[in-house]
Design a protein around this ligand. Structure first.
Ligand SMILES: CC(C)(COP(=O)(O)OP(=O)(O)OC[C@H]1O[C@@H](n2cnc3c(N)ncnc32)[C@H](O)[C@@H]1OP(=O)(O)O)[C@@H](O)C(=O)NCCC(=O)NCCS
Length: 149
């Protein structure tokens, strides 16, 4: 089940951050801000009452950015990431964004695969963007803006 994030999710999301991003994980305070932010939209994937994934979107004007997407290691490759990404695209349309941008490490095969499967196309490379020294690939996807409310 995919649902909007809530303040009560912060602890579970902070643990997921640690599991998925290690030294680059967001702190509890950052996760709290993300869940509460007006320009942010957090979606949570639950399986039998346990948080198994989450994703976060930032919307500014006509552009949305995928800020985060993470799935618990033992739940990967079961379509959870794909559903979280679809929920962010739905929210982008709801908020009137015309395009979605994201950055992904050039050596992150799983995330690159997920985004390509989700219709994102590489538009630029930012050399040595990450602390690891990895390049970032900037990807973009158009949003079909809904005009029905
Ligand atoms: C990236 C991530 C969110 C994918 O989540 P997931 O739930 O495993 O993804 P899904 O099962 O929905 O996969 C959807 C598609 O993405 C691609 N994909 C997912 N994992 C992949 C992998 N390890 N290698 C290649 N392609 C992959 C495939 O096209 C897949 O479709 P398929 O299973 O039908 O072949 C997950 O690997 C993760 O949390 N990684 C650590 C955090 C991270 O790197 N986040 C992204 C930062 S930019």
């Amino acid at each position: 089940m995919i649902r909007p994030g809530a303040p009560g999710d912060v602890e579970a999301l902070a643990s997921l951050e640690q599991e998925a991003f290690g030294a680059d994980a967001w702190s509890r305070a950052q996760v709290t801000e993300e869940v509460a932010g007006q320009t942010r939209h957090v979606v949570v994937a639950e399986d039998e009452g346990r948080v198994v994934g989450y994703a976060s979107l930032m919307v500014a004007g006509d552009t949305a950015d995928v800020a985060r997407i993470a799935v618990a290691p033992r739940t990967r490759r079961r379509g959870v990431g794909r559903r979280l990404l679809a929920a962010l695209l739905d929210e982008s349309a709801r908020r009137g964004a015309e395009r979605v941008l994201l950055e992904v490490a050039a050596d992150n095969a799983a995330a690159l695969g997920l985004y390509e499967a989700g219709g994102f196309v590489a538009i630029a490379t930012r050399p040595h963007y990450y602390r690891s020294g990895a390049d970032a690939v900037v990807m973009q996807r158009a949003v079909q803006t809904r005009r029905d409310g």
